[in-house]
Design a protein around this ligand. Structure first.
Ligand code: GTP
Ligand code: MG
Length: 312
């Protein structure tokens, strides 16, 4: 008797507890697991620093071979990169400058940008994925051969506290183009025109200075390096400008577009001419002299795209 009474009490107690647990579990259905959110790290970028995002193609030596890129520079392939860079700048309005060369692109965000609450992972992943998808979308506009496999790009965020640091960063990337392009131009001339093997060409150029390579190109191939296309020697700088067409009055306000230019950015002249980059950002003006040439083709494609999106 005593035992049965005890059992009843125990059961009652257990039942209450069970239903309490069930209720508790139900009411905590979301929050029980929610604690894992606290493992996410705050990656908000410091205020008042230049945010640079650089993306770089994965194993592009293989990708270039698989798609028969011209050596050392494939004009159309570089234009696919530029088209992807332009698409990124059209999407993210706080980017004040883009700089592309070979299989890489750098994007500079305004110092005071509040895009995505300055969260590093968001900024980096959006820019990298936008660049990649735009590269694939732009491919057929510039290339004859089909895209054989999906290209991919890595990305990194680098912060620069001063204008001088930012200029030095961009100068570093442009100096890299110069060194690589001069070497590659001489290397591929020796291989493709003089019939040297890759190893022989490498030995021939080992230990040479820029002046030697310039001399070699001039003496053996009649090439004045400085007259090669500026896009190959300087890379591509993308700037947000108000573009005034040759058919418009120079006083016209123009239409905003991303303008690819191939200038020296190491010297002071560039920064004097494009004061909007480091100053209070207002897109500068760019007056077109003609509607022919690579730059104009890129611009025409942009305006076409804008019209398609706007349904004009
Ligand atoms: P990871 O970046 O480490 O994955 O290697 P990678 O093969 O992409 O090399 P890296 O980024 O250092 O260099 C880019 C490579 O892309 C160059 O070495 C070239 O092989 C290739 N490349 C880029 N642009 C051109 C081009 O216009 N023509 C040709 N032929 N190759 C290009
Ligand atoms: Mg690469």
């Amino acid at each position: 008797m005593q035992f049965r009474a005890l059992h009843r009490i125990a059961n009652k107690f257990l039942f209450i507890n069970k239903s309490a647990t069930a209720l508790h579990t139900r009411s905590m259905a979301c929050s029980r697991y929610e604690y894992v959110k606290s493992y996410e790290q705050d990656d908000k970028i410091l205020p008042n620093v230049w945010i640079v995002i650089r993306i770089d193609g994965k194993k592009f030596h293989k990708f270039a071979n698989a798609h028969k890129f011209e050596k050392p520079n494939d004009e159309n392939a570089l234009n696919v990169m530029n088209a992807a860079g332009i698409a990124v700048m059209e999407e993210f309005r706080d980017i004040v400058l883009g700089y592309g060369q070979s299989d890489e692109y750098s994007f500079v965000f305004r110092k005071d940008t509040s895009a995505f609450k300055r969260r590093a992972a968001k900024l980096l992943s959006y820019v990298t994925s936008m660049f990649t998808s735009s590269y694939v979308l732009s491919w057929s506009q510039w290339m004859q051969q089909p895209l054989n496999y999906a290209p991919c790009f890595d990305g990194r965020v680098v912060l620069y506290p001063s204008d001088e640091n930012l200029r030095d960063y961009l100068s570093w990337r442009q100096a890299d183009v110069h060194v690589n392009n001069l070497y590659n131009t001489a290397f591929w001339k020796l291989v493709l025109e003089s019939g040297l093997t890759n190893q022989q060409a490498e030995e021939r150029l080992r230990g040479t200075f820029s002046a030697d390579k310039n001399e070699l190109l001039f003496q053996e191939f009649g090439i004045n390096y400085n007259t090669l296309p500026a896009m190959y020697r300087k890379g591509t700088i993308l700037l947000r400008k108000r573009v005034v067409l040759p058919t418009q009055d120079e006083q016209d306000k123009g239409r905003q577009a991303i303008v690819p230019i191939h200038e020296d950015l190491i010297g002071n002249e560039f920064w004097k001419q494009h004061t909007e980059i480091l100053g209070k950002y207002v897109p500068g003006k760019h007056v077109l002299n003609s509607l022919n040439g690579q730059l104009e083709k890129q611009l025409a494609k942009q305006l076409e795209k804008q019209a398609t999106i706007a349904g004009i």
